[in-house]
Design a binder for this molecule. Structure first.
Ligand code: SAH
Length: 461
């Protein structure tokens, strides 16, 4: 097959990106927007030697698995790769994908795997949304998202993964902009004022936060906008964030108050967090609680253990575990996240958690070396449990080696990429550890993403 060829294919499988897989005379094609079981006319948009990418031109026979996406712009947005699958089918697909990686890449066989934890209501679960503001082709003011790899905003003021209040808030902001002739930002010309509207909602508290990101330092008639937003039920924080850079980074570095507080509160389990527009915070609070409960269960803490939480972010897992452990150490590369972690420890009166800024693969080995006083071959510093929650690329080999050298009873691995997870599990198995239990949690329904927690035990225990 070559570029611009047309063909009719049956979709026989799905890849990790949520794209359908079809074959033409043994040549593999990945086709966005198709569902397993579809027969589709496609056009080749990129052809490599042994595989290529196609675009869906026409559905000739839709799959029986197909459902109508709830979102009218699901295809243009691309954020919900699985919206055309019914939810139970999405869960089955995710489970099969993770198991396939564990078996094929990890060569694991003896682990037990409980059914994936899905959501009762797999919609409107996101507690955070960031809408770019722009104009459509006719010049109308719109809020929505950037169409893939472009500067043009596609109108969508009610993402079906976001909270109901988003729509009301966006309409207040856009009415105000029309009334006072406040221009939306244009990426191409780097002109105009309003870039993004960030909205967050505390799941347990119902607190709402709005942050207007502007290409300037002042919002004309900002107080009028603030007064109008302040009446939305739950509103606690209205701020602006100046961002005058030509950049894809959404927020600026500074947060200026327009009305109310500059932060809102929410909790995960019984740990409270103070969240600013700049803080990282898990976006699906319902599933995060289930995920962390699993981590806690697998960690089997009795109150005395020394625990390391590598890649700790704002310390959410660390603080969750601290109440049941002797001591928790967290390591994270982003300094601002560690500031948050320390503040959150204070807020929750957790005094047995200590946080370090740096690379996990440097800080942890250095600490071990420094604190290891050899008496014969005895290791004086005990590490009982290690939790790792790395980004998609997984753990560096050196870090896995240090983890094993410290001989913890258990390692709890939280992963957002089951391919690198499987790779790391295979290495740990070769170094004397065994993956015993696997639990998938669907943190991002409608999308291709899935989180996996694994309990890894030392083999001689
Ligand atoms: N456990 C946290 C977040 C994990 S996300 C939670 O549940 O909220 C992964 C984190 O790893 C991110 O915060 C990222 O900044 C951090 N990170 C990335 N590379 C790192 C490295 N080499 N060492 C330490 N942290 C790293």
């Amino acid at each position: 097959m070559k570029k611009n060829d047309y063909s009719v294919v049956e979709i026989i499988d799905i890849n990790q990106d949520g794209e359908g897989i079809g074959k033409v005379d043994g040549y593999t094609l990945f086709i966005k927007d198709t569902v397993v079981g579809d027969v589709a006319e496609i056009k080749v948009i990129k052809a490599k030697k042994s595989y290529g990418y196609g675009r869906l031109v026409k559905l000739i026979k839709p799959s029986e698995k197909r459902v109508a996406p709830r979102c009218p712009v699901a295809r243009q947005c691309g954020g919900c790769q699985l919206q055309a699958y019914e939810y139970q089918e999405q869960l089955r697909l995710k489970e099969a994908m993770v198991r396939n990686n564990l078996d094929r890449i990890g060569k694991l066989s003896e682990y037990s795997c409980e059914p994936i934890i899905g959501m009762d209501n797999p919609w409107r679960y996101r507690n955070k949304a960031q809408f770019p503001i722009g104009r459509d082709k006719s010049g109308n003011l719109i809020a929505g998202f950037y169409a893939g790899r472009t500067h043009s905003v596609i109108s969508c003021d009610d993402c079906v993964l976001g909270v109901e209040e988003n729509k009301e808030i966006l309409s207040i902001v856009m009415d105000y902009m029309r009334e006072y002739y406040v221009e939306p930002y244009c990426e191409e010309s780097h002109s105009g004022l309003v870039r993004h509207v960030l909205i967050r909602k505390g799941y347990h508290t119902g607190h709402l936060m709005v942050c207007i990101v502007i290409n300037g330092r002042q919002l004309p008639h900002g107080q009028i906008l603030a007064e109008r937003l302040a009446v939305v039920n739950g509103m606690k924080s209205i701020t602006i964030s100046p961002n005058q850079e030509r950049t894809n980074v959404i927020l600026g570095k500074e947060i200026i108050s327009l009305w109310g507080d500059t932060t809102i509160e929410d909790r995960i389990g019984d740990v409270w967090f103070e969240i600013s527009p700049l803080s990282f915070f898990q976006v699906n609070p319902v599933q995060t609680e289930k995920l962390y409960a699993k981590v806690l269960e697998y960690a089997e803490l009795t109150g005395h253990e020394v625990v390391w939480d590598l890649y700790c972010g704002i310390g959410t897992i660390s603080l969750f575990l601290a109440k049941k452990a002797g001591k928790v150490y967290g390591v994270e590369i982003v300094p601002a996240a560690i500031d948050n972690a320390r503040q959150n420890a204070l807020k929750n009166e957790v005094d047995n958690a200590e946080f370090f800024v740096g690379k996990a693969e440097e800080v942890f080995p250095e600490w071990c070396k420094k604190n290891k006083t050899h008496s014969g071959d005895e290791v004086a510093v005990q590490v009982d449990v290690i939790v790792v929650d790395p980004p998609r690329k997984g753990c560096e080999e050196g870090l896995l080696q240090t983890m094993v050298e410290m001989q913890p009873e258990r390692i709890v691995y939280v992963s957002c990429d089951s391919a690198t997870l499987a790779r790391d599990l295979k290495k740990l198995e070769e170094m004397g550890y065994r993956a015993e239990k696997v639990q998938m949690v669907d943190m991002f329904p409608q999308t291709r993403h899935v989180e996996t927690v694994v309990l890894i035990q030392r083999k001689d225990t």
